[in-house]
Design a protein around this ligand. Structure first.
Ligand code: ZN
Length: 483
């Protein structure tokens, strides 16, 4: 669309006394999973909100060209451990506009939100952390919990102390409840429960936390107790018994070969009105810290791999029995190559499995999911392998995660959609070339084919380049105590 034409549109608008929009995204293929709109449109943005979606050209103070591009709602990542602006930059280049820490949660929601206020590139939010709260209840951690788990060290400090200890006294449950409730009052989006990392949590403790969540009318987001359908059935039973909305994280890595069974379990529970959602990332390897309980006795049998199936993130080397012992003492991130490509394809093809990265941009290397998850789905699973349609893929990255959060955060009704009045969180990409570039050897690398990414109407990526020194990210907070 020539400049001369755009200036004509601009002057015509002024002639008719219409103030130009703050920004216009011109001539793209607008795809909105909620309305199923899929047509060439121009989008006008004013005050951070979508103000117009028009078949006619619009006048804007700034115009971003989108001819031949798809214009979609910004991607919402329910499962991200990267909450620094360095991490946000990789996520933004992967089309993400909202990155949330729901699985593990944060120990001190209020301090964490304060820390990020006005300084964040992406929208952000977190759950109240069951793992950190039980550490406090077990008197394993007395000090005022810091805002954020931003390194393996604080992980070790907060998530792993007391991991083999079980709750026994009513006082401990009272402190646990009070600590979690405080997190919700400070804006937590639910309870984050990753009890595979603290096997001391008995079935009773887990059920009691579900009962607390019912009282607080808040969801539970969980990394279940162990791999396979058993652990899934524990939390599905608790959700059925309490009516608590449940979100099961990374169903791909926690189901192993039982993925079809687990997806059937979730689907039939949904058909009976039990509110359960789940997610997956498009990689055949997982990642966590070598010092965690994941690698306690019997890990080879559980994962079905041995030392050479483990890749040390710092160096990229595959482990041996000797280096396993050495690095486990030292502690640090490891990549675990144990999943089959057909499991991932099955999860990506499922209409209700949400796309979420589980990004952990801690180490210099890091698992490529931190930077490439969303472009990988669009490039490899939609375009190359045709496992799912473009519209369905976009729905699993935008509308479904937004809907998952709405009961606790009504503000999410304005995200994950392209409609008048919605937040202008928008991702513009080239469906013919969008692809991930991050690999297991080089985990932090920008995806390509993502042209423009807007957060609340502010470009954070423009023409494929980072827009420096802009921090339009806002907190997504829960409405506990405000209902
Ligand atoms: Zn996890």
């Amino acid at each position: 669309m020539s400049c001369r034409y755009l200036s004509l549109v601009f002057s015509l608008a002024l002639l008719h006394g219409q103030p130009p929009y703050d920004l216009v995204i011109a001539g793209g293929r607008v795809m909105d999973p909620e309305s199923r709109l899929d047509a060439p449109r121009h989008i006008g943005i004013r005050n951070g909100k979508i103000a117009a979606i028009s078949a006619q050209p619009l006048a804007g103070k700034v115009t971003l060209a989108a001819a031949g591009r798809v214009v979609a709602p910004g991607f919402i990542d329910l499962h991200s451990h990267g909450h620094t602006n360095e991490a946000n930059e990789y996520q933004a280049h992967d089309g993400v506009t909202t990155a949330l820490e729901l699985e593990v949660g944060v120990p001190n929601v209020g301090a964490w939100l304060k820390q990020r206020a006005g300084r964040a590139i992406l929208n952000h939010g977190a759950t109240a952390s069951h793992g950190a709260s039980r550490t406090v209840a077990l008197r394993e951690f007395a000090a005022e919990a810091p805002g954020w788990i931003d390194s393996p060290d604080s992980w070790r400090e907060l998530m792993m102390k007391g991991r083999y200890k079980s709750m026994s006294s009513p006082e401990e449950f009272t402190v646990l409840g009070a600590t979690l409730e405080r997190g919700l009052r400070e804006g937590g989006l639910g309870v984050g429960m990753a009890h595979q990392y603290y096997p001391g949590a008995t079935r009773e403790e887990i059920f009691r936390v579900f009962q607390m969540a019912r009282r607080w009318k808040t969801p539970v987001y969980t990394h279940v107790r162990s791999m396979g359908a058993d652990a899934m059935q524990e939390v599905i039973a608790n959700a059925a018994a309490t009516g608590v909305p449940l979100h099961i994280v990374h169903v791909n890595s926690m189901s192993l070969g039982e993925l079809p069974l687990v997806l059937d379990l979730i689907e039939s529970a949904n058909q009976r009105g039990i509110d359960i959602t789940t997610e997956a990332y498009p990689y055949t390897a997982a990642s966590t810290f070598l010092e965690t309980t994941m690698f306690d006795e019997g890990w080879q049998q559980r994962l079905g791999i041995s030392y050479d199936g483990l890749q040390w993130v710092k160096t990229g080397e595959r482990l041996t029995e000797k280096t396993f012992q050495e690095y486990r003492k030292e502690g640090g991130a490891v990549i675990m190559h144990f999943m089959k490509p057909e499991w991932i394809a099955r999860a990506m093809a499922s209409p209700f499995v949400i796309v979420a990265s589980d990004g952990m941009p801690f180490a210099p290397g890091a698992h490529p999911r931190s930077a490439g998850t969303f472009a990988r789905v669009l490039g490899r699973y939609v375009r190359e392998q045709k496992v799912l349609s473009l519209m369905d893929a976009l729905g699993k990255m935008t509308l479904l995660p937004a809907r998952r959060l709405e009961p606790m955060a009504p503000a999410m009704k304005n995200k994950g959609r392209l409609r008048i009045g919605a937040d202008a969180d928008i991702t513009v990409f080239d469906p013919a070339s969008v692809i991930d570039t991050a690999t297991f050897e080089k985990g932090l690398s920008f995806s390509t084919g993502i042209d423009h990414v807007l957060v609340n109407g502010v470009p954070v990526v423009r023409d494929g380049k980072t827009v420096p020194n802009v921090f339009p990210g806002q907190a997504v907070v829960g409405n506990y105590g405000k209902r």
